[in-house]
Ligand binder design. Structure first.
Ligand code: ADP
Ligand code: MG
Length: 750
């Protein structure tokens, strides 16, 4: 056999169909991938088990004879189920069950002897082994050797696929371990020693072939470290490359726009805003492109901070672009920036301040004329600030001199979109990314690891807390009380949001319900898709239930006596831009009492007079999303109230709602969210735009945070000394593999 390396394809060890199966279902293509395929758990029998005294949960190694075997079709699934009774010499018996009998029924014939390894479970009151690993005795010698192996090892249990059961997978991994002559070692000796990590070769043995007293977790820790180390090396290199780019310095101009703006600010900046402002000013003044993430709770005042940076860029002769995730937000930013700037935004106009500028708005759905004017203003430099959606990224959009790009709500923009904007500058512009979704440190270090971060921790003075309660929608009294509360708030001169999970049809009304259950894909325009869409895979029942649409809710509310005479309108992503804009304006102006909306209002919508929010079918939303949503109320000096309405929610969903109700700490909730969510999604395309996902690291876990922090420190130190990894070929190879995988994942997604 030609030498096997970690880069060898699995077809070197497996028949093509099996190799293809592994590639398709587990993403395992190379021998190296196979090494990273860690067992789900281990069975540790330690000795031969006496069948007369087994109990549920016990790991067993049983030598027994097949007494009887029968297979039958399953009721709820396709395929046949095989039940085998095995017995020892002393007449004790145990049931063994396989869902999907295929293959086993030909081998487990009455009279054959073998050994069975697994964990005892129960079906009803009968004990049984489900899908045990087993080997049949060929002869005494083989039998004894195998039993000896099982007695002295922890038996890894792999997640199986097709004909590749755990036993075959284990033997495959062992063959690979025995055949690859040199296991790659990407972590330098000194780092390994300093961190007390085992060799990678040792780690792989611990994970895949642990002796009975070994700790596989020691091996897994090493694999986690490796994963973090390679990721951080990539980030360190990226950071290094960015540092060698040259930006145009944009130094502050005393007596300019920024100074004029500050002089007329109606409030005092918080200490945090001032501090971040100074950091931004000094980075703008430098010839290295700024690459900074600004995080802060909803309402912490990020927009003001960003606007001040934009004004500084204009003072230095450049332009700024503000990229928003939805048209509603873009329009709102345009409006609020124009308002905040007052006559400073009337550059060139009669009555405008002498050094004023112009704020342009560019979105996908505006009229051709408005669009042409905005494009012209951007290209001529007339507009100091251009606010827009994805439309800003398109090729034909040009700037006279783009100095600063501000991205609002990072998670909806991919890296490649940010890059497209960067390319619009003569030199790379400075980049500021803002997010209101608190980012746990693990994610900050991995997904955003090539950026510097700043955080606004305090809220501006005079903010009031938000009280959150879960409302059981199956109790009419509670629902009635909810609408009464809304009416009371309106009576006090405040306004309300009612958020629904879908749009529904215009003619949906309360009496017919939301009509038939239809594919929710009908409903989801891009704008309505939240950062954490839960899909239908969470609480089985909830997915079956009909979700409340905006229009059905509208007619319900209009028919609710408590709300009689109130001005109730709808807002959602399917409305055209003008209608959305008009509705938002009217709501801001207090001309609408109750706004029934989808999650278009999730991010950034700012109406301080709104004091109450009702989220309908709240169980359909993720933790972070609910936290974002309720941030829309309690923005002024009025205390906020958020009512999470739910019916027939599963236990997990209720737990989620209770968590949201229990705390206003966004960071705590973000962590909880991370623990509940599938990890891969955290780094998924939508949020980060990168192909990277993590295999071993668990971003919601505190233990892994330390591993990432250590690996980051080590990787950044290494790259500082050896940017091209010339002295670290094994690490360079691991980095290349990782980048290839990301690239492939990226291309696959299309
Ligand atoms: P974020 O973008 O972080 O959600 P915003 O920048 O939209 O927050 O600010 C929310 C509201 O608070 C806005 O109405 C803004 O004008 C106001 N605001 C911002 N900074 C302060 C401050 N230092 N003092 C009082 N109000 C502020
Ligand atoms: Mg904002």
């Amino acid at each position: 056999m030609p030498a096997l390396t970690e880069d060898s394809p699995l077809t070197k060890l497996l028949k093509k169909p099996d190799a293809e199966q592994l590639a398709r279902t587990k993403g395992i293509q190379s021998v190296g991938d196979l090494f990273e395929f860690v067992p789900r758990r281990y069975v540790r029998p330690g000795q031969l088990t006496d069948l007369s005294s087994v109990h549920v949960g016990e790991d067993v190694l049983v030598v027994a004879e097949v007494k009887s075997a029968s297979s039958r079709a399953m009721r709820n699934r396709r395929g046949k189920m095989l039940t085998v009774a095995i017995g020892d010499d002393r007449g004790n018996e145990l049931d063994v069950t396989f869902f999907n009998a295929y293959g086993h029924e030909k081998k487990l014939l009455p009279g054959v002897r073998g050994f069975f390894v697994g964990t005892i479970g129960a079906y009803g009151r009968r004990l049984q082994l489900t899908h045990p690993e087993y080997e049949l005795f060929e002869d005494d010698e083989q039998g004894e050797a195998a039993v000896e192996w099982y007695r002295t090892h922890r038996v890894p249990v792999y997640s199986t696929t097709g004909k590749l059961n755990s036993l075959r997978l284990r033997k495959l991994v062992h063959t690979a371990l025995d055949t690859v002559d040199r296991i790659r070692e990407p972590v330098p000796d000194d780092v390994r020693a300093a961190r007390g990590l085992v060799d990678r070769a040792v780690a792989l043995e611990l994970v895949h072939r642990p002796a009975v007293d070994d700790l596989p977790s020691r091996g897994l820790e090493r694999l986690k470290y490796d994963e973090a180390f390679v990721l951080q090396t990539i980030l360190a290199q990226r950071r290094k490359a960015a540092e060698s780019e040259l930006a145009t310095p944009r130094p502050p101009r005393p007596g300019g726009l920024l100074a004029a703006f500050d002089a007329r600010l109606p409030f005092e900046l918080t200490a945090g805003q001032l501090e971040v402002g100074e950091v931004l000013a000094s980075e703008l003044a430098s010839d290295r492109p700024m690459h900074r993430l600004l995080q802060g709770e909803v309402g912490s005042g990020k927009t003001v901070v960003a606007l001040r940076a934009m004004l500084a860029a204009i003072d230095a002769g450049g332009q700024a672009a503000l990229l928003a995730p939805t048209e509603v937000l873009a329009a709102q930013h345009h409006r609020s920036i124009t308002t905040m700037l007052g006559d400073l935004a009337q550059g060139g106009m009669l009555g405008g301040a002498e050094f004023g500028t112009t704020v342009a708005l560019l979105t996908g759905s505006q009229s051709a004329g408005a669009r042409r004017r905005a494009l012209l203003d951007a290209a001529s430099g007339e507009a100091g600030i251009v606010v827009g959606t994805h439309a800003l990224i398109q090729k034909h959009v040009q700037f006279a001199d783009l100095a600063l790009v501000v991205v609002d709500e990072q998670h909806r923009f991919g890296v490649e979109q940010r890059d497209a904007l960067r390319e619009k500058g003569i030199r790379p512009p400075h980049v500021l990314v803002m997010t209101a979704t608190p980012i746990p440190r693990t994610v900050a270090m991995t997904v955003f690891g090539d950026m510097e971060t700043s955080t606004l921790r305090e809220l501006p003075k005079g903010r009031s807390a938000i009280a959150t309660h879960v409302v059981d929608a199956d109790r009419p009294g509670w629902v009635e009380r909810t609408w009464q509360r809304v009416a009371e708030e309106v009576a006090k001169g405040h306004q309300a949001y009612v958020v629904c999970p879908r749009i529904g049809d215009v003619d949906d009304d309360a009496t017919t319900g939301a009509a038939s259950l239809r594919d929710s894909a009908d409903d989801s325009s891009d704008e309505d898709a939240g950062w954490d869409d839960w899909g239908g895979d969470d609480d089985g029942d909830a997915a079956e239930r009909e979700l409340t649409g905006v229009y059905a809710m509208l007619s319900t509310l209009r028919a609710t006596p408590a709300l009689e005479g109130l001005r109730i309108e709808v807002l959602h992503g399917r409305l055209d831009a003008d209608a959305k804009d008009a509705t938002m304006r009217a709501f801001s102006a207090g001309e609408i009492d109750v706004l029934v909306a989808t999650t278009v209002i999730e991010v950034g919508v700012d109406v301080p007079n709104a004091s109450v929010m009702v989220v309908v079918d709240a169980d359909r939303f993720g933790i972070s999303q609910l936290h974002q949503l309720r941030g829309r109320v309690g923005r002024g000096s009025v205390p906020g109230l958020c009512l999470l309405m739910t019916q027939e929610a599963g236990e997990r969903a209720l737990e989620r709602l209770d968590q949201v109700a229990a705390t206003n700490d966004g960071f705590e909730l973000a962590r909880a969210d991370l623990v509940l969510r599938r990890e891969g999604d955290v780094l998924g395309a939508r949020q980060s735009g990168r192909g990277n996902s993590v295999r071993h690291l668990r971003l919601g876990r505190v233990e892994d945070e330390q591993i990432i922090a250590d690996a980051r420190e080590d990787a950044f130190a290494l790259v500082a000394d050896d940017p091209d990894l010339r002295g670290h070929p094994a690490l360079a190879a691991a980095v290349a593999t990782r980048l290839d995988e990301d690239q492939a994942a990226w291309l696959e997604r299309g």
